[in-house]
Design a protein around this ligand. Structure first.
Ligand code: 26Y
Length: 818
């Protein structure tokens, strides 16, 4: 046993250096006397990986011994970004690694830049999952994440002539040191076929005779906690051809075709669907969902059965969290396993199902809710369809007893949507079967209760809760903004805020301190310099560090209103052009930065990107304007670009039409980094206002409860003259491409303007003017900036995870001893 303890890898620079050199030689297979930055990155990563594996092992062994109730977090998307910096910081070996490398002639930051992003997700929901995994590990919760190991992550955005083009993201090209392939952890996942009835022990039971089998192979991704040995597992499944696949063709002698067909099995985990509602109802997407759900549940049930032989204790040991409805086939799958395979009987199985599942929804709009065509489900998963019908039948019977024969309400609440195409409503299925339905901010939850899920709320008010989203300060301050991180620790006299982020409020008392202000400004300036260099490298535009860096980075969507931002930039440009030269001195210089991907099939979003480029082209080349205004589009926005941009932003925009952003998490990252917010009172911003006060940010626009009435007014709404003027400039071809932009202009004019750009325009300009005014007073601005960071503690995913653990999952920390 003593020998075992001795076996642990040491973390001093000399030991690290030795390990790095061994990996250069034996893993990367290069000479230890000559290797480049990428090879050094590989060797370093493998050295870090070894240390992760040790902790990961200890944690799993400890969990197994203690057998606590575990959380299984099921999500089809995880947006992890890079792992190296995050890992060394959480392991507490950042400086030792840097030392070890510098003696070898390498710089840690340079090597960290060699890593590509793991972009196995689209946007908010997916990055949230990643932040939550970091918090679960840090808080010692016995948690597992499950997902899909897509071979192609979210598409790469390439801009050609101002237009977005999508390119495949084959992220595994250069190997992935952060995963451990488990060739022996694999499960058969079945599809198609039909259902037959059998008599077993004198009782009728259903048997699914599947038509196709695909193998799911586990890839484990260790997620280290900060300041703890705990390292939890994110298990991602890859599809491989099964041994049982298509034996028929082999027997008929068509060997080549049989091999080619086997290969086809791998397509299930080949590509992430870009968030584009038009993909709903596609067979491959449904296959992905079931593939991941079935493999995860087989794994979870196997683990449970290793320690227990009675399913009645299942709910005491297992909590299953559904990240949106994407994994909700887990519900009929658990029923199928318990009823058809474990022969528990329907009622006993149902009782268990009702205790284990919880569900969080991330959308506001009823159109955003997932539906699966019955025909599709019937062919792919015939037994699951039967089970869903049975669940619905029981639910409808019970509902009739409670509300009588109110057919409208019954049909609204039914899991099955009747109509030309019959659909399964995945949200209804989830609400019926989950013990808790969570929203992602307070206002989101109110909207769910009063609109989207009103009928269900009236039936089961106790099911509806919310946990306001949060982000991890480890990645979003410590990793991405080391300068600010060190400054915070210096002034608070402790690094404890990295685990206990509420301590940031301690900065409030120094917000007006001249020394802190000075140091704060210095750190921010260095970050702006780094961002300015990046902008120049990406777009060739030189920007002034004295200008206000005004940033809007997020997926491009009409409701997020990047168009509102661009129109106000046109307005600013127009004002500068029409000013007396002598008045231009009064203009507060701005660098407007926009970044984000548009779903490949979302035409209007793509036109917004093109418009941004067309406007930028005009403004940036206008010598009348010079440094007073610049507009840059940052291509291929992803997690690591965010890590660079956010710390360098002065102002960030979160300007969705009120009632449309379920939460928003980008704002929280900016807030933590001392960036001021220009925002509408939507999603989590409403709660941010409560923490930092409305006088520390720039708010504008219609409120959630006003939006409906404004829309009903429609064409009668007065939009300001300036608005009509800037839209006309676009229409008339001032920026070229008038034919192309016509349909874009039509979305905000002629009575449509669904997202209320026109009616919010005047107050938006006022908020912009207030931001300009505040920026001139750098002392005031810096105070507001410090107060933003100081008030950001509530928006840590540590707090969110603690709330879930206590109120929804019923799990407790299980800390692996050193
Ligand atoms: C059905 C399928 C096409 C689909 C795919 C992805 C549906 C929805 C999504 C993604 C939704 C999403 O990312 N929602 C965002 O979740 C964030 C985390 O809770 C919120 O902060 C953000 O407001 C919300 O838009």
């Amino acid at each position: 046993i003593l020998g075992l303890m001795d076996g642990f890898l040491k973390n001093d620079p000399v030991s690290l250096q030795k390990d790095i050199l061994e990996h250069v030689e034996y893993t990367v297979a290069r000479s230890r006397f000559s290797f480049d930055d990428f090879e050094a990155y590989q060797a370093l990563s493998h050295s870090v990986r070894d240390r992760l594996i040790e902790r990961w092992h200890d944690t799993q062994v400890y969990f197994k011994r203690k057998d606590p109730k575990r959380l299984y977090f099921l999500s089809l998307e995880f947006l992890m970004g890079r792992s190296l910096s995050n890992s060394v910081i959480n392991l507490g070996i950042r400086d030792q690694c840097a030392d070890a490398l510098s003696q070898l002639g390498f710089e840690f930051e340079v090597l960290a830049e060699q890593e590509g992003d793991a972009a196995l997700g689209n946007g908010g929901l997916a990055r949230l999952s990643a932040c939550q995994m970091d918090s679960l590990a840090t808080l010692d919760y016995p948690a597992w994440g499950y997902g899909l190991r897509y071979q192609y992550g979210l598409f790469r955005q390439v801009i050609l002539d101002g237009f977005q083009h999508e390119q495949p993201d084959y992220w595994l090209n250069f190997g992935n040191p952060w995963e451990i392939e488990r060739v022996h952890v694999s499960y058969a996942v079945k599809f198609y076929g039909n259902v037959e009835e059998e008599i077993l022990n004198g009782e009728k039971c259903k048997v699914w005779i599947p038509g196709e089998t695909v193998e799911a192979v586990a890839y484990d991704n260790p997620i280290p906690g900060y300041g703890t040995r705990n390292t939890v597992n994110l298990r991602l499944w890859a599809a491989k051809p099964s041994g049982q696949h298509d034996m028929e063709s082999y027997n008929t002698g068509d060997y080549i075709n049989a091999v080619v067909n086997r290969q086809r099995a791998e397509t299930i985990s080949s590509v992430l669907y870009p968030d584009d509602r038009s993909h709903q109802g596609k067979e491959l997407r449904l296959k992905q969902q079931y593939f991941f759900v079935s493999a995860s549940l087989q794994d979870i049930i196997r683990r449970f059965k290793e320690a227990h032989d009675n399913f009645d204790v299942f709910p005491e040991k297992v909590a299953l969290q559904l990240n949106d409805t994407h994994p909700s086939l887990a519900i009929p799958e658990v029923m199928r396993v318990l009823v058809d395979e474990e022969h528990l009987g329907w009622n006993r199985a149902w009782d268990i199902v009702c205790k284990i599942f919880s569900f969080t929804t991330h959308t506001v709009l009823p159109e955003g809710l997932e539906k699966i065509p019955v025909d599709l489900l019937e062919s792919l998963l015939p037994r699951h369809l039967q089970i869903i019908y049975d669940i619905n039948f029981n639910f409808m019977e019970e509902l009739k007893k409670k509300i009588g024969l109110d057919y409208d309400r019954l049909s609204r609440m039914s899991i099955v949507e009747e109509g030309a195409v019959k659909n399964i409503r995945m949200a209804n299925l989830s609400i019926v079967c989950c013990h808790t339905v969570d929203g992602v901010s307070r206002v989101h939850s109110e909207l769910l209760k009063s609109r989207v899920f009103k009928d269900f709320y009236e039936l089961w008010p106790q099911k509806f809760q919310y946990k306001t989203n949060g982000v991890t300060q480890r990645r979003w301050i410590v990793v991405s903004n080391p300068g600010l991180s060190a400054l915070i620790s210096k002034w608070l006299g402790t690094e404890a805020w990295i685990r206990d982020v509420d301590l940031l409020t301690g900065l409030r008392e120094y917000a007006a301190d001249a020394d802190l202000q000075q140091e704060w400004k210095m750190v921010r300036k260095v970050n702006k310099m780094r961002l300015a260099e990046y902008i120049e490298a990406m777009s060739g535009v030189k920007v002034s560090l004295d200008a206000m860096f005004d940033v809007q980075i997020k997926r491009i969507h009409e409701y997020k209103r990047q168009l509102l931002n661009i129109l106000s930039i046109i307005h600013r440009y127009d004002c500068i052009k029409n000013m007396e030269k002598s008045d231009r001195r009064k203009v507060v210089p701005r660098v407007c930065i926009i970044g984000g991907k548009a779903a490949p099939g979302y035409e209007i979003a793509k036109k917004i990107i093109k418009l941004c480029h067309a406007v930028a082209e005009k403004i940036n080349n206008d010598t009348d304007v010079g440094d007073l205004l610049k507009l840059v589009f940052i291509p291929d926005y992803n997690v690591s670009v965010a890590e660079l941009v956010i710390p360098g932003a002065d102002l960030s925009q979160h300007i969705s039409t009120a009632g449309h952003e379920a939460s928003g998490t980008g704002s929280m990252k900016f807030l933590m980094n001392g960036c001021l917010l220009l925002a509408t009172a939507d999603g989590s911003t409403i709660e941010i206002i409560e923490e930092i006060g409305s006088d520390n940010m720039f708010l504008f626009g219609a409120k959630v409860h006003e939006v409906q009435a404004l829309r009903e007014k429609g064409p009668a709404l007065k939009t300001p003259l300036q608005f009509a003027r800037v839209v006309k400039m676009v229409r008339d071809g001032y920026f070229g491409f008038e034919d192309h932009f016509k349909s874009l202009c039509d979305t905000v004019e002629g009575g449509s303007d669904f997202y209320l750009l026109g009616s919010d325009f005047a107050s938006y300009l006022e908020a912009q003017a207030a931001a300009d005014k505040a920026f001139v007073d750098q002392e005031k601005w810096t105070r507001m900036s410090i107060l933003s960071t100081a008030g950001s503690g509530r928006f840590s995913s540590d707090r969110t995870m603690e709330e879930y653990a206590k109120k929804t999952w019923g799990i407790e920390p299980c800390k692996c001893p050193f």
